[in-house]
Unconditional design. Structure first.
Length: 106
């Protein structure tokens, strides 16, 4: 919930600013404020990634632990769209869960 509370105010502000973009385009004060907000959002995202990675590694799921560096490599060093990387990771996770449940029922 704290993530939503942190992201919604800048998102609301950016929505208003995008509506009045022509007026704000040359305003140095607003440009500086938006750059500061970008740094805050980056810090929040880094914190969330670290916390999520800790949770994944704590569960000791080999396939999911392998997906973390693979997703980073694919998004950083290739031209693959991040949406496809996320969909691929989700499909692999669903496949793994299905195979584990299927093995448990035998």
């Amino acid at each position: 919930m704290s993530c939503i509370g942190t992201i919604l105010p800048p998102l609301f502000l950016l929505s208003i600013i995008s509506y009045y973009y022509a007026f704000f385009r040359n305003n140095q004060t607003l440009t500086s404020i938006l750059r500061g907000m970008e740094l805050g959002v980056v810090a929040i995202i880094v914190h969330l990634v670290i916390e999520m990675t800790k949770g994944v590694l704590k569960n000791r799921n080999t396939m999911i632990s392998f997906l973390i560096p693979l997703a980073f490599f694919l998004s950083f060093f290739t031209q693959i769209n991040v949406v496809f990387i996320i969909i691929g990771g989700a499909l692999l996770s669903f496949l793994q869960k299905y195979l584990v449940k299927r093995r448990a029922t035998k």
